[in-house]
Design a protein around this ligand. Sequence first.
Ligand SMILES: *[C@@H]1O[C@H](CO)[C@@H](O)[C@H](O)[C@H]1NC(C)=O
Ligand SMILES: *[C@@H]1O[C@H](CO)[C@@H](O)[C@H](O)[C@H]1NC(C)=O
Length: 385
Amino acid sequence: AIVGCSGTWRKDFHRTRIGYGDSNARECPPIGMESHRIEDNQIRASSMLRHGLGAQRGRLNMQAGANEDDYYDGAWCAEDDSQTQWIEVDTRRTTRFTGVITQGRDSSIHDDFVTTFFVGFSNDSQTWMMYTNGYEEMIFHGNVDKDTPVLSELPEPVVARFIRIYPLTWNGSLCMRLEVLGCPVTPVHSYYAQNEVVATDDLDFRHHSYKDMRQLMKVVNEECPTITRTYSLGKSSRGLKIYAMEISDNPGDHELGEPEFRYTAGIHGNEVLGRELLLLLMQYLCREYRDGNPRVRNLVQDTRIHLVPSLNPDGYEVAAQMGSEFGNWALGLWTEEGFDIFEDFPDLNSVLWGAEERKWVPYRVPNNNLPIPERYLSPDATVRN
Ligand SMILES: *[C@@H]1O[C@H](CO)[C@@H](O)[C@H](O)[C@H]1NC(C)=O
Ligand SMILES: *[C@@H]1O[C@H](CO)[C@@H](O)[C@H](O)[C@H]1NC(C)=O
């Protein structure tokens, strides 16, 4: 597949405007849809026709792959023409927008391009301000063919973080490519330094004791009460609760059709990196959600995420107390009773396959929630492998 990094932004499709005196209103440069300075996860759309025509393909001069139905195709195309569709760019900083450049779909077969559209702006991607001409939402006139870029300037620049294009009419299917003109108002690092994971990120990378971990999870829950919930899976032999953090737009609810996902760390109590990574991840998801990071919002809205930072807290405590200088590789690896949880999953497959052969599924044996076989729970269970 050919990725559209060729072609440059050309000055020759400018339209001059009258009454352009204010130097502050001068046109801003492209923010980087075409150059990829804007990353894929900063571009979002209401829908896509298929993966190869996702929002990330909606960059100016993006080229289609060689074949029809290529995995990398030549535009963003919306799935369904009937509802209101949009494509959105998150600049991740406060930006003064001065215009957009639109283009149709790169294709040897299709004649798809947007002929008119509205433009909206937002600081949080929740509340949108539509661009008006003073009386009503202003209609911008876009493309007349699929290839030629057309510049639409905003008569008055707008300051915001997000910009959206709402196509109103189009030829063929609803497809477009886009560049945005904007100047940063705030320095680059204002959003990045706080939240984004970049090479220079200043992470607070220290070990969290059981108490510190519990405290941190409490703080995350207080910072993001609408999307988080902490709960306990049960207690360890030493009586420490095994905490989980649920992150979802409806914490506590099993939403039909929504996938559930769990990361579990600290299975070997003395292997500690996973615990810190999950604690950082929950802070990141909370903060980014609040700041309207579209990718994180999608994750939280469309998935029920469970993070279990320490499945073997007893082992962690034993190893941490002794310290790496005096402990050995095995100290704290297993549970108090000597189980290696990493290799000690109950074998539920045999139970299910056996039941299926007997045609007991799903009436006599359910296939959605298999009980733990009794011999795993009996008090005289010995170390198994
Ligand atoms: C976004 O916030 C800035 C101030 O930080 C404000 O000037 C601007 O009008 C806001 N834009 C929108 C679309 O609400
Ligand atoms: C608009 O699309 C139709 C097919 O949907 C095509 O036949 C026609 O040539 C297109 N119009 C232009 C101006 O390209």
